[in-house]
Design a protein. Structure first.
Lengths: 390, 378
């Protein structure tokens, strides 16, 4: 039995934060219905990246929205809205990521939806919370990275503030909302009562930095300083970072510098005998190491270090990684199929349950693809008859 | 104080450092009782791992950050009496979390098969580095190394740079957060069928999932993502996406129409590029923007861009952010009372029924709750 069997999710969200949450719920067994605007749908359908298009739609839309259904409804149309309300009366979970005020205007704010379905878990993701001077700003990933100080943690100190090159704020907010949704759903199993669950991208990206922010709060507010070269983490001592070798790059995590000096036959490193130096003089240490490591190949160094159980790894791009048995053996790739026969290769859910990978081969829906099926499943047309007559 | 959703749930945390303990922390903040099972000799190795040499007591500030709101029970799992006690706790627990390397729990007789015998309702959750099969299974599950092995370091920094790691332990934090999803979903199924579950994740699978947009694009076009040469913000995205230096600071520009941008910042040269060229010609466009945006202040540009509804933001450091009303009104900080010391840290990012979740309960001293746990659960 799938973990979330028989759970119905009505998902009004667009782009990545909300849809990545409903993707996880779908993979754990929930039925996820995207409510989309007729004609255009989720704006992400047209968010082409890297000049790559699959059947007129963006690759990332397919990755984010596989294993879901699409119900096209114009929320400004009373008839459509009534059907959506019927759906909500049967749903376990509602997800939206509109800006504050939008659901109120449509008449689908929590207070109203609760009167339709008191057991619903009403989940919302917004950019900066529903109060304060930034509440109406767009909840966009890069802008949240910029606003939250996150960009001062990666890369070398002489470089501009550097964003993380994956939409980390969207993904963390989506991950957090799923945690809150499921916790509330668990409690509903005991009390029968629904809940309002809210996450803002701002709170999510602050939580993401909880270790280093706590350091900042308690160290007299000293701003982080990235190391001058080979920066891996602003708060971690040498050698932590990535180093160029003769043929590629290797990564070195926390390691005793003296031992490293012996293993690598790097005489000048031996002067840093005190562990305090490894943080205080990390730029000096890293420079010596960088000069030493570029003299030989990655394989050469890794062979020495791995034998000694030093925390090290080759640095790989996707081309190199895909060739590795260690990548292939986890079977991370799945090929999903859309209803019009299109195959899209993507990644599966990272969780395993009862020893099994969670795999669904259902591709992303066409816009409005499931209107009829959903109306039939939930008897929407039938229940609407009296309302229309009136 | 609202009634928390996971009240009544007991979690045994056999975890160290960050990945497993960050999962335990979230469950605690959502209302679960989380008991760390620690070796009497030193306990969680995270107790001795400090950043900036900051200590609260015999444990580091870092440990206190990750383990607040938990209890500690010491047991030597190699000692038969202690192991028996732990098994009695397992009989009463709802969730068990561990992040040992593959094989360690088997050696102690605490693998899922054995634990299920003691308590068939338990949710048994484990985090590994690379999964349990294949040539990497015994490698250390360390965050930077996983970032390096999964291509992630080629997403960040400019195209001319070496690979650049994320300056936060993304693999640990994400895998811990995803494990929580699986654990609670397991508890939900248990409400219906009365049976527990085995929930597994690896740092490797978490980081591949994290890159699902990039990987799906790569699977489609076989081109590893290329970072732009200037102001790389995301390797898949067109100009202007990235951060630019201004006359007095930095500004972030997200997705926007290139002509609307040209118009808003009065940059005639940009008009020569068509919308369709915004990806293919992004290095040229970004080079032009780098020069143009350096001429005026952040405030100057931001006023124009925001007036035109374009997605832009000033780049803040923590000092500036914390002085801003938008940060203050979140009330994200909370105070933990660790004996006589007060620690300021962040709260849980999830709000329930409009309430923020706060707790002032500190991280436990090693073995602090031994008597209490035995008294209440054995």
């Amino acid at each position: 039995m799938m973990l979330l069997k028989d759970i119905l999710v009505i998902d009004f969200s667009q782009f990545l934060s909300g849809p990545s949450a409903s993707l996880r719920l779908a993979d754990m067994g929930a039925q996820v219905i995207k409510i989309e605007k007729p004609g255009t749908g989720d704006i992400c359908r047209q968010l082409y990246v890297s000049d790559v298009v699959i059947e007129g739609e963006s690759t990332i839309f397919h990755a984010i929205n596989r294993n879901k259904q699409s119900y096209a409804a114009d929320l400004k149309d009373a008839h459509d809205l009534e059907k959506v309300i019927q759906l909500l009366s049967k749903a376990d979970i509602l997800i939206h990521n509109f800006r504050p005020g939008v659901m109120e205007r449509i008449g689908l704010d929590y207070e109203t939806v609760k009167t339709i379905n008191s057991g619903i878990i009403y989940a919302e993701i917004n950019g900066y919370g529903s109060e304060g001077p930034w509440k109406d700003l767009p909840g966009q990933d890069l802008l949240l990275q910029a606003a939250s100080g996150l960009t001062w943690l990666s890369n070398n100190n002489n470089e501009n503030p550097t964003p993380m090159g994956v939409a980390v704020v969207d993904i963390m907010a989506g991950t957090h909302i799923v945690q809150g949704i499921l916790a509330a759903l668990y409690k509903k199993g005991i009390t029968g009562e629904g809940a309002l669950v809210q996450v803002s991208m701002f709170e999510s990206v602050l939580d993401f930095q909880f270790e280093v922010l706590t350091c900042y709060y308690n160290d007299g507010n000293q701003l982080p300083v990235r190391s001058a070269i080979n920066s891996g983490h602003a708060y971690v001592a040498a050698p932590y970072g990535i180093y160029k070798t003769k043929d590629n790059y290797i990564a070195l995590a926390m390691t005793n510098i003296v031992r490293l000096a012996e293993l690598l036959h790097c005489e000048p490193l031996k002067q840093f005998a005190h562990s305090n130096d490894w943080f205080d003089k990390r730029d000096e240490i890293k420079e010596i190491l960088a000069n030493h490591l570029k003299e030989n190949t990655s394989r050469h160094w890794l062979t020495i270090l791995e034998q000694a159980d030093i925390w090290c790894a080759p640095v790989m791009d996707y081309d190199l990684m895909m060739k590795e048995e260690g990548y292939r053996v986890i079977n991370m790739e799945i090929t999903v199929k859309t209803s019009n026969g299109l195959s899209v290769k993507t990644t599966r859910c990272p969780l395993r349950v009862d020893g099994k990978q969670l795999i669904s081969l259902k591709g992303a829906p066409l816009l409005g693809e499931h209107n009829q099926e959903i109306e039939k499943q939930f008897g929407l047309e039938k229940e609407l008859q009296p309302a229309i007559k009136n | 104080m609202i009634e928390l959703p996971l009240e009544g749930i007991t979690v045994l945390e056999f975890s160290q450092y960050l990945s497993g303990p960050s999962a335990g922390l979230r469950l605690a903040d959502l209302g679960a009782r989380v008991i760390k099972i620690e070796q009497p000799n030193g306990g969680d190795a995270g107790r001795k791992l400090a950043i900036k040499n900051l200590w609260v007591d015999e444990s580091s500030l870092l440990f206190h950050t990750v383990n607040r709101n938990k209890e500690s029970f010491t047991a030597d799992l190699k000692n038969a009496d202690d192991l028996n006690l732990v098994k009695k706790l397992i009989a009463k627990a709802d969730v068990l979390i561990h992040n040992f390397r593959p094989g360690v729990m088997q050696k102690r007789g605490l693998d899922y098969g054995s634990v299920k015998e003691i308590n068939p309702r338990i949710i048994y959750a484990e985090i590994s580095g690379y999964g349990k099969e294949g040539p990497w299974k015994n490698k250390p599950g360390q965050d930077l190394l996983l970032q390096s092995m999964t291509g992630l370091t080629y997403t960040t920094g400019n195209g001319s740079s070496s690979p650049v790691p994320f300056g936060i332990a993304i693999a640990d934090i994400l895998s811990g957060a995803q494990l929580v999803q699986g654990i609670i979903a397991g508890l939900i199924r248990r409400q219906k069928n009365g049976i527990g579950a085995l929930i597994e994740i690896s740092l490797l699978e978490s980081l591949l999932d994290f890159q699902f947009e990039l990987l799906t694009t790569y699977y489609t076009n076989s081109q590893p993502p290329q970072r732009s040469y200037h102001s790389n913000g995301h390797p898949l995205l067109s100009a202007p996406y990235g951060i630019y230096k201004t006359a007095d600071g930095y500004i972030a520009l997200a997705m926007m129409d290139i002509h609307a941008l040209a118009n808003s910042i009065d940059c005639k040269v940009l008009e020569e590029f068509s919308k369709e060229q915004a990806f293919a010609q992004r290095d040229k466009i970004k080079a032009i923007l780098t020069e143009h945006l350096s001429l005026q202040s952040t405030e100057y540009w931001l006023t124009r861009l925001q007036k035109d509804g374009l997605w832009a933001m000033e780049v803040f450091d923590w000092e500036k952010m914390m002085n801003h009303e938008a940060y203050k009104c979140l009330q994200m900080e909370q105070i933990i009372n660790a004996n006589d010391k007060k620690i300021v840290t962040t709260r849980c990012p999830i709000r329930i029924n409009g309430e923020r979740l706060y707790t002032d309960k500190p991280a436990p001293k090693l073995g602090e709750h031994n008597a209490q746990v035995i008294n209440e659960l054995v």
